[in-house]
Design a protein around this ligand. Sequence first.
Ligand SMILES: [Zn+2]
Length: 113
Amino acid sequence: MGLLDKIKPQAKLVRPADLGFDADGALKIRWDDGQESSFGARYLRANCPCAGCVEEWTGRRMVSEAQLPADIKPRGMTPVGRYAVQIAWGDGHDTGIYSWDYLLKLRGETGTP
Ligand SMILES: [Zn+2]
């Protein structure tokens, strides 16, 4: 690690200030950096990060949005420590743990808000 790395200010960790599902089942997150994200239920289900949805060796995704019901909805979510939520889906799938880091990555990819 060089000198510049040492004097560079630490990047502040961005965390949800508030989150919940809207009437359509989209996950709304208000981040503590002031941004707000909205992830559609089907999009989020298709991007489930669990071992059953992503092939371990290749990182290949085993589910796509097209394979999921258009009207898929979350049944609920459970906090996992201070870093993630576990989301249970209407299709019975409930092993996906969505960490804040992962949701921030999705925020970057989808360009939400
Ligand atoms: Zn999954």
